[in-house]
Write a protein that binds this ligand. Sequence first.
Ligand SMILES: Cc1ncc(COP(=O)(O)O)c(C=O)c1O
Length: 401
Amino acid sequence: MAFLADVLDRVKPSATIAVTQKARELKAKGMDVIGLGAGEPDFDTPDNIKEAAVAAIARGETKYTPVAGIPQLREAISNKFKRENGLDYKPEETIVGTGGKQILFNAFMATLNPGDEVIIPAPYWVSYPEMVAICGGTPVFVEAGLETDFKLTAEALEAAITPKTKWFLFNSPSNPSGAAYSKEEIKALTDVLLRHEQVWVLSDDIYEHLVYGDFTFHTPAQVEPRLKERTLTMNGVSKAYSMTGWRIGYAGGPLHLIKAMDMIQGQQTSGAASISQWAAVEALNGPQDFIATNREVFQGRRDLVVGMLNQAKGLECPTPQGAFYVYPSCKGLIGKTTPEGKRIESDEDFVSALLEAEGVAVVHGSAFGLGPNFRISYATSEALLEEACSRIQRFCGSLRD
Ligand SMILES: Cc1ncc(COP(=O)(O)O)c(C=O)c1O
């Protein structure tokens, strides 16, 4: 009898963590490596948020909290949904978890039975299919490629829905493509969903505040209020407030789903870290001006990276509206050969040859379910990005037919 559970046969380790790890190892060996694999802002957590955490420690807020979160944070979340999204979630219709990751996981845990399908547009965040698989569901991938700016069309969504579809997993702005859906584009999808009562929407809004130019963020329950009763609107403080290490995510949804998630969390981790919850109260209720400042910095970096990548021989890089990722296609380089004589057969070959030749660590598109592409995280300094993109240009220019 095998010791490890069968579920491990259905789950892969995270490719993004693997790339970050490989870059770290090469660096430790003395190689000059620029890591563009990580999915976290390089800015520090704002001081007012840190101070709220210190004050919480000093006050003795260091004990177990209610499983679904301290009342002050659930109130702040309820207010945030109202203020920023025009959504009415009462505090009891919200839940706080240890990162957005736990919220997603527990939503699947609470709802999926074997055979239940979850529609996941590709390219997708690496954790989605694995979470679905761990919880016993079946991920159903629908490609949304370069031709549609990495956005799922209403027709493609309609074609993917079956009587077994339980969730449609929606992520805008997207990791890894940075694609963000306009109100009209969301409406086209919610129109389809209105016709299929068995399908729920899980909207991962974690990159909400990272949108550029005159783009305005929308979320499905706001665009189509008739879907609110079967939508879980997930968000978190990791990306907008540079708080990845604090591990606070949250969601708003129908009471019966929130209660089921609360029950699962109560037998699992219980409430998220008390100190982090108090920091998140300050993040949501305190000054928001640095979000706009960070956004401007990110937009400048995006423009720099897109501009330089489009000058690289054989790459095609659309300009995404959000997040801090670009997802260029390296289709034009498949079949070429490196000066060392290695043939590039796939995006995975491309990224490993790039790492070896130029010390630039990026993540291959096949890890996100759509290639040949690769993902660059531009959450690092302009100087490093400029150097990395010059190296990528040099590497692409060195490939031969
Ligand atoms: C699309 C997406 N959703 C959710 C998360 C989870 O973030 P956290 O667990 O830090 O809240 C991430 C983090 O990389 C992400 O990229």
